[in-house]
Design a protein around this ligand. Structure first.
Ligand SMILES: NC(=O)C1=CN([C@@H]2O[C@H](COP(=O)(O)OP(=O)(O)OC[C@H]3O[C@@H](n4cnc5c(N)ncnc54)[C@H](OP(=O)(O)O)[C@@H]3O)[C@@H](O)[C@H]2O)C=CC1
Ligand SMILES: O=C(O)C1=N[C@H](C(=O)O)C[C@H](O)C1
Length: 243
């Protein structure tokens, strides 16, 4: 476990300890050397660290021939391409699963939003999180917006209507042309709303992770499945075979 002392790391350690078919063999955190891990001792590494560390961790794991399940956010198209190329050069059977959200409710909300996107003129995403979160917008919201944008483009939809003039600064981030708003509030864990609007109607898709336990079935599934999936897989929806 990389990031073993963190909020997610502690929860994953407990979940792996409780799983009869899995054995927790190493707990690393900031300051520990990922390159000290070897494929003799470790089959799969799980990374819930920080955006500034995760990419280097994954490259070190690929070098060591260790499969990786990665929940840490902050990945860019370039960093994913770099890992894909590294895996290609390595030429073995190492699998890397990058999933911005391991919660079933979040994965389904993203899927439903992408399905609905083609039918609505307007769409905006609101993500709501605990105030310790260091990145904004969330990886989930970025993944959601990218899927919505792809569905809208495929359907031939243009930009959502928005008369806001340049210079006003409260319209959220632009992720692939979709507006994304980030709320940080004490008491929250991880939540997302997708608002879709047409003249006279609105569809709201909302998911709530009230507890980090919600991510554990997905993480354990990822650990069991990544060893059978060489190369880079992005999104738990592909492991769940939602398409
Ligand atoms: N995909 C998903 O389903 C989910 C993803 N996340 C994401 O997971 C990440 C972690 O979240 P969370 O657990 O809340 O964060 P925390 O800050 O609680 O935990 C991160 C841990 O990683 C440690 N760390 C920092 N650098 C390294 C490094 N180079 N090697 C090993 N460990 C390191 C930190 O140590 P220190 O504090 O000393 O810096 C800390 O203990 C975030 O990116 C978050 O967005 C969160 C929940 C679900
Ligand atoms: O930092 C968090 O807590 C979470 N991060 C992930 C994200 O950025 O999407 C997943 C989930 O929202 C919790």
């Amino acid at each position: 476990m990389l990031g073993a002392h963190g909020r997610m790391g502690r929860t994953v350690c407990e979940a792996v300890d409780a799983a009869p078919d899995l054995e927790l063999v190493a707990r690393l955190d900031a300051g520990d050397d990922v390159a000290s891990l070897t494929s003799d001792a470790v089959d799969v590494a799980v990374d819930f660290t920080v955006p500034g560390a995760t990419e280097a961790n994954v490259h070190a794991l690929v070098d060591a021939g260790i499969h990786a399940v990665v929940g840490t956010t902050g990945w860019t198209d370039e960093s994913r391409t770099s890992v894909r190329e590294h895996l290609g050069r390595a030429g073995g059977d190492v699998g890397v699963l990058l999933a911005p959200n391991f919660g079933l409710s979040a994965v389904l909300a993203m899927r439903f939003a992408a399905q609905a996107a083609r039918y609505f003129e307007s769409v905006e995403v609101i993500e709501l999180h605990h105030p310790e979160k260091v990145d904004a917008p969330s990886g989930t919201a970025r993944h959601t917006a990218a899927a919505i944008a792809a569905a809208r483009a495929e359907a031939g939809l243009g930009a959502a209507p928005d008369a806001t003039e340049a210079g006003w600064d409260a319209r959220g981030a632009d992720v692939d042309g979709v507006r994304v708003h980030a709320v940080r509030l004490r008491g929250l864990v991880a939540h997302e709303e997708i608002l879709l609007g047409n003249p006279g109607e609105q569809l709201v898709i909302r998911q709530d992770s009230f507890d980090r336990a919600s991510f554990m079935p997905g993480v354990l599934l990822g650990i069991r499945e990544v060893v059978r999936r060489p190369g880079l897989t992005v999104g738990l929806e592909n492991v769940l075979e939602l398409g």
